[in-house]
Design a protein around this ligand. Structure first.
Ligand SMILES: *Cc1c(COP(=O)(O)O)cnc(C)c1O
Length: 360
């Protein structure tokens, strides 16, 4: 039995998208691929509000997160860490042999503009990394405010992971001045995993051109040279790019404004279902994610048993990530989810835990 995915990635994939993946194969040096690549990158530029280059990498997000560090960190990197994925990015930076500092925030709290300003004002850094939407804690950091600070430090590469937020709300890459915006496609994009997308500003390509040790697979300069021919350095995951083409068309058919509004509505819907039942939010109210809700287990329910029961009923449920597993649980509401999908999950939860049914 397929368990419907309410975990924060991978998430449910629409049948039309799955069907697109079964399109007959083409060669990536054939003109048919060039057409597909051109159409997809044009769509992505529209979605990301950018005129920068947009590249397609056959890897999960961490491939490009590592690539960004290798291409863009020269002097020293400030890694802003407020959860499991951003902690890991610092570790990745160090493992790439780069000089870096972790600027840490308590889990459940955002990266703050003040902390960014204070760190960068030291003049020690030529690059910074941060995660817009920390999927481990359900915290969304204030990107526009941080972007405003970044304008004071034009020599610092602004490298942002939007894995679990891109397309769920407006993230205008050029207006925010992001030099390298990275996301995998199995979360907010609701595609199967294996493809990552990233942007590269002119400034970042200039930095990369002079960088030692870029390697080959994620060499930004190789990506730029190939993209000029609507192509990729090595053989891409063509089936997933078909799926992305289909999903972009579905997104534009829904309308971006409508897509953002649907995510906003769903986030509110899930939060109130939980607060009405006495569950406290893990993140502070102002920084709650638009795509997943991370709740404290304030009712002390047996999350492992709930996960098991939901699994038997056909629902994949997440009982927390990393050091807050068991203490928190997360419900994803990203991609193609609707209120009806959430109602299905809520009904299954109340069947297993009747004490969560509200008496009217
Ligand atoms: C899932 C996730 C990643 C890691 O993605 P992979 O596809 O496993 O490499 C990175 N950042 C964020 C914010 C994520 O949610």
């Amino acid at each position: 039995m397929h368990k419907k995915l309410f975990i924060p990635g991978p998430v449910e994939v629409h049948p039309d998208v799955l069907k697109a993946m079964a399109s007959p194969m083409i060669g990536h040096r054939m003109k048919e691929y060039g057409e597909l690549h051109g159409r997809v990158t044009r769509g992505l530029k529209k979605l990301l509000f950018t005129n920068d280059k947009v590249f397609l990498a056959t890897s999960s997000a961490f491939g490009v997160m590592e690539g960004a560090v290798r291409n863009l960190v020269g002097k020293r990197c400030a890694n802003f860490c407020n959860g499991a994925f951003s902690d890991k990015w610092h570790d990745v930076t160090i493992r790439c042999g780069k000089e870096a500092d972790a600027i840490r925030f308590d889990w459940g709290t955002p990266v703050t503009p003040d902390a960014v300003e204070k760190a960068l004002a030291t003049g020690k850094y030529d690059s910074m990394t941060m995660i817009h939407n920390e999927t481990s804690t359900g915290v969304m950091s204030p990107l526009p405010e941080i972007a405003a600070v970044m304008r004071k430090f034009p020599e610092v590469m602004f490298i942002v992971d939007t894995v679990s937020s891109m397309s769920a709300l407006k993230i205008p890459v050029d207006e925010l001045g992001i030099d390298c915006c990275i996301f995998g496609v199995q979360k907010a994009f609701a595609l199967p995993p294996g493809l990552a997308v990233f942007t590269a500003s002119e400034k970042s390509l200039q930095r990369a051109a002079d960088m030692e040790g870029r390697g080959y697979y994620f060499d930004f300069i190789e990506f730029a040279a190939n993209d000029a021919k609507n192509n990729t350095p090595s053989t891409p995951c063509i089936s997933l790019i078909y799926a992305l083409d289909c999903q972009l068309q579905r997104m534009f058919a829904e309308g971006l404004e409508n897509r953002w509004a649907r995510h906003d509505d769903l986030a509110g819907y899930v939060r109130s279902w939980l607060t009405d039942r006495g569950f406290a939010s893990f993140p502070a109210a102002a920084y709650r994610s638009q795509t997943l809700t991370c709740s404290r287990n304030s009712r002390g329910i047996d999350l492992a048993a709930l996960k098991k029961g939901l699994g038997d009923a056909g629902f994949a449920f997440d009982d927390g990530y990393g050091k807050i597993k068991g203490e928190t649980f997360r419900i994803a509401h990203m991609g193609d989810m609707t209120r009806a999908d959430m109602d299905g999950l809520f009904a299954a939860i109340t069947t297993i835990l009747p004490e969560l049914a509200l008496s009217h």
